[in-house]
Design a protein around this ligand. Sequence first.
Ligand SMILES: Nc1ncnc2c1ncn2[C@@H]1O[C@H](COP(=O)(O)OP(=O)(O)OP(=O)(O)O)[C@@H](O)[C@H]1O
Ligand SMILES: [Mg+2]
Length: 473
Amino acid sequence: MQVFRSIFSRLMTTYIVVIVISLIVLSLLFSQLFQNFYLTERKNELVKAGRRINNIMLKYRQGQMSREEVGFMIRGIDRSLNAEIWLVDPTGLVYLDSRPGDEKWFVSHLEPEDMKQVLAADVVTRTGFFGNRFEVAVISVGVPLFLDNKVAGAIFLHSPIYGIHGTLRQVYRLIFIAAFITCIFAIIIAYYMSQRISKPLQQMSKVAIEMASGKFDKKVNVREKDEIGQLALSFNFMAQELGQLENMRREFIANVSHELRSPLTSIKGFIQGILDGIISGDDQKRYLKIVSEETNRLNRLINDLLNLAWIESGKIELNYQKVELNAFLRNIIVKFMPRIEEKGLTIRLDAEVERCIVNTDPDRLEQILVNLVDNAIKFTPPGKSIILESQDAGSKAVVRVMDQGVGIPEEQLQKIWERFSKVDKARTRSKGGTGLGLAIVKKLIEVMGETIEVTSTEGRGTEFTFTLAKAEE
Ligand SMILES: Nc1ncnc2c1ncn2[C@@H]1O[C@H](COP(=O)(O)OP(=O)(O)OP(=O)(O)O)[C@@H](O)[C@H]1O
Ligand SMILES: [Mg+2]
């Protein structure tokens, strides 16, 4: 739940911060826009009213209206617009007010700045308290008073702008309600999202704990294709790999124990027989020879295992040297000659080119060839041939070890590289193999950065092909 809580709260904080910031920005922009709009509208209205008053004044001047009628109409306009109306003479003195109670302003002149603008036949717009003459903020509009095609003063209209605040307050309330609803949605979404994130994580930690106790069969369910989904997939993959590794380890231990037990059992049996006097005289020597062979076998097994572990640990250091491949192969043949002859086989080297210099570790190359030729001899019946082949293939040299032996069944072909793999357990046992030879070969080829391949036909023969780096002469 810890994971969930913190993911949830983090998402929530992010959402709410984003919501609040965007709403504040929105409110500011909106109120600005709204105020501009409102004031422009109001101004246009007041200017229009000003022109109407101008007409009334014209009629009054022409004697079509009495002074009372003028006062009556101006007060009517004041009421309908909620705007205090002043008539001002060219010097800036107010000589008529639609609200007679305010006639105290009659004595003071209006600001020369404003008057100058109006007398130049321009419209003046101001917002505020009009030089402290009002107690509430007003929008003031001054329009020139035209009489006989001359500017004969000004008409000022002042309308309070408190109406706008009421409207804005309503807008803010709407925004606040919207924010509230959005926050509720944010909570729901954050909850859902955090669940989607935290569920696989929780599952992974559960599976990880099971893995720690050796159970590798549990999996994390993944539906999402996002980063968490990918993590879960990688996690499952890791679990599977670890499971395989664990299986391999168990199998390996079982194999090693098995390989150790059979020679030890026979050694123990023969020695016990000799000690108990059951095996006597001449037989003793014969059985001790078997015991000696079995100890050799054990020795080989242990050496091979240590060798493999050493290569796999990466501690092996390759000692690269320039080696003439054909001479090297001939040398190998010479070393195996006694066994070849003893089994009634023939062996030869097919060299494509006279000289082929390779850059390799001679000890490791010998180890590889000894294993391959040893196999070829073991699995080829008397009378048949073994052929070593060397080839020049551009930047690489290719070595082939071919025999006319029993071959390897198709389905076993890829398994022979595994440790303790033997195609025919019983038959190989009699030949003293443990199934580590090719595993060592493969590992050596890999650390040298080369490749090895095998093709085989059952009953016809087997062919191992590997590459070596060519050296510049
Ligand atoms: N040339 C070959 N012809 C037929 N089968 C082969 C040949 N080389 C290898 N195999 C098969 O592959 C198996 C694995 O070979 P590998 O060299 O790893 O083990 P091994 O020879 O049985 O034992 P070790 O090499 O440890 O003494 C052999 O047991 C054999 O069944
Ligand atoms: Mg072998």
